[in-house]
Design a protein around this ligand. Structure first.
Ligand SMILES: NC(=O)c1ccc[n+]([C@@H]2O[C@H](COP(=O)([O-])OP(=O)(O)OC[C@H]3O[C@@H](n4cnc5c(N)ncnc54)[C@H](O)[C@@H]3O)[C@@H](O)[C@H]2O)c1
Length: 277
């Protein structure tokens, strides 16, 4: 009798230990397949890294093969599950290849982070030349829409999915020096709302991150010069410039089951910045 009880207890102990081990190694994005556009640097790279650290299989992409190779090598050195593909988001064949190859390699698609953006001109919206306007809307808005359109059927097949558009605080509070860019980022807020309503019934969630000033090449004009940087800091209650990793954590949360009842939201991550910068 004593021996039998000891046997049951030791089996229970082994089972509990194995279960504890499994739960301590399980990650919140295990089994998810993710594409992040423009992810060899800056915010896109930080998001790709965080999604992969949280268990996702991530496809890193950008326009140049050498940048893709360098980013993939860096992430693989950290033991992360990443693959690289060249994708100029403005090119139909590149977008299609990115989605189709991801699906054929990994068996599906769960997460799309549409991060690529351009800003070829500075100044008020009325001084924006037509060709610059077209480029801004092509890359910042139209390709976000087209990528989502191609991704949704694959997510529908899996009965789940998470799409995140990267907008900007300028989409809420236009920057006077970034007239047309600000309008393009406001358009993404609307795309988020509309798409979330259209695909919610398939278990697909659509959200948008609106970063404040984050230290990347994109914001170098605002952060590299001490005087400008100090002026910017005056408008940020948290008293610091954001880091790309700040966006990685938010993106991973939004893609995870922890955010399973969140869709159609435009989330500002700007250290509390409210005013025009
Ligand atoms: N850094 C900031 O302060 C800030 C603030 C608000 C929003 N954002 C947004 O965050 C996103 C990432 O910007 P970032 O700050 O990391 O700067 P970044 O310059 O590192 O990222 C922009 C990326 O888009 C890529 N890109 C441009 N055109 C492309 C195309 N046709 N195909 C593929 N990639 C293309 C660029 O190569 C670049 O890597 C952008 O959408 C940007 O608008 C940045």
């Amino acid at each position: 009798m004593i021996l039998k009880t000891a046997g049951i207890l030791s089996r229970r102990f082994l089972f509990t230990t194995a279960a504890t081990k499994m739960s301590s190694t399980a990650k919140k994005l295990d089994g998810r397949i993710a594409i992040v556009t423009a992810s060899t640097d800056g915010i896109g790279f930080a998001i790709a890294k965080r999604l992969a650290s949280d268990g996702a299989q991530v496809v890193v992409s950008s326009r140049k093969q050498k940048n893709v190779d360098a980013a993939v090598a860096k992430l693989k050195l950290e033991g992360l599950s990443v693959t690289g593909m060249v994708c100029h988001v403005g090119l139909k064949e590149d977008r299609e290849k990115l989605i189709e190859k991801t699906v054929s390699l990994f068996g599906g698609l769960d997460i799309l982070i549409s991060n690529a953006a351009v800003n070829p001109v500075f100044g008020p919206v009325l001084s924006c030349p037509e060709d610059a306007w077209d480029k801004i809307f092509d890359i910042n808005v139209k390709t976000a829409f087209l990528l989502a359109k191609s991704a949704v059927p694959h997510m529908e097949k899996r009965g789940r999915g998470s799409i995140i558009f990267i907008s900007s605080i300028a989409g809420f509070q236009p920057f006077s020096a970034l007239g047309a860019y600000s309008v393009s980022k406001t358009a993404l807020l609307g795309l988020t709302k509309v798409l979330a309503q259209e695909v919610g019934h398939s278990g697909i969630r659509v959200n948008c991150i609106a970063p404040g000033v984050i230290q990347t090449k994109f914001s170098s004009m605002l952060v590299d010069n001490d005087d400008v940087r100090n002026k910017v800091l005056e408008g940020i209650p948290l008293q610091r410039i954001g880091q790309p990793e700040d966006m990685g954590g938010l993106a991973s949360f939004l893609c995870s089951d922890d955010a399973s009842f969140i869709t159609g939201e435009n989330i500002i991550a700007a250290g509390g910045a409210q005013s025009r910068l």
